[in-house]
Design a binder for this molecule. Structure first.
Ligand code: OAD
Length: 233
């Protein structure tokens, strides 16, 4: 008997995906950027001007990520792999999708648990523990920086993410305000006849017609999504 091809489900996730794990979003009231000027901590200029402050900011993020656990939303998304060929495109720098067991996770904005050479972007090192210190260097002798995309930097993973988006049979957007480009533009690559689901407790402005908005937090939203997806099997 021939294997039935599993529908290709692509999920674009943002900070709201990890909110129920206790990690702060960016733009909600009490969000991360509320307490910081992004230009002081998340730009190449900030790194030039005050690398110590930038390291401290990301060290605190890394500590929070290591202390957090995947929530039910991450777990249910992994369970969808039973019936669907799931690709996750995440803007999150945490590793909660991987720790929930998801097999295909593309990180658009980098990964907080890795350090990167500041002269060769391909030289990556897994960070042991939460702290990356000034004075820790790559094999070429340059200071290690967090492996994250800063404002004003290019997003090298956007092309593979666009290819995945254009190949989707079902597209799901979870917990992102869709205010940061190029990530927010990925929806434009999703073919017009592909059903799009949005999981977010707040209204989100999307120009595309026919998007099914499940107005819930991620854990409950993915549970409802799982029910609704039964019609695709
Ligand atoms: P935002 O903080 O902009 O948006 C978070 C979204 O999650 C909002 O729409 C919230 O309504 C929603 N939300 C809050 N709690 C939720 C929950 N429990 N379940 C589901 N949704 C929830 O975060 P992002 O859109 O991810 O980039 O931000 C995109 C990028 O902006 C980030 O990757 C980061 C930031 O600047 C960089 O640092 C490069």
């Amino acid at each position: 008997m021939l294997d039935k091809k599993r529908p290709h489900l692509v999920a674009l996730t943002g900070a709201g995906m990890s909110a129920e794990s206790g990690l702060q979003t960016f733009r909600d009231a009490d969000g991360l950027w509320e307490g910081y000027n992004v230009y002081d901590v998340a730009t190449p200029e900030a790194w030039q001007k005050n690398p110590q402050l930038v390291q401290e900011f990301y060290n605190a993020r890394r500590k929070a990520v290591l202390e957090a656990n995947p929530n039910q939303g991450h777990i249910l998304l992994r369970e969808l792999e039973h019936d669907f060929d799931v690709d996750i495109i995440t803007q999150n720098i945490d590793n909660l999708h991987e720790r929930a067991g998801s097999n295909k996770v593309l990180h658009l904005h980098g990964e907080i648990t890795f350090a990167r050479s500041s002269v060769d972007p391909d030289l990556l090192y897994k960070i042991d523990g939460w702290e990356l210190k000034m004075g820790q260097k790559c094999k070429l002798g340059s200071q290690l920086r967090p492996h994250v995309v800063w404002f004003g930097e290019s997003v090298p993973m956007i092309e593979p993410a666009a290819r995945l988006s254009s190949d989707a049979d079902i597209y799901v957007v979870i917990g992102t305000s869709l205010q940061v480009y190029p990530a927010a533009g990925l929806l434009n690559y999703v073919p017009k006849d592909v059903p799009v689901f949005l999981i977010d407790p707040k209204p989100i402005s999307i120009t595309r017609k026919g998007v099914v908005h499940i107005q819930e937090k991620a854990a409950e939203g993915v549970r409802i999504l799982k029910e609704q997806l039964k019609t695709f099997l």
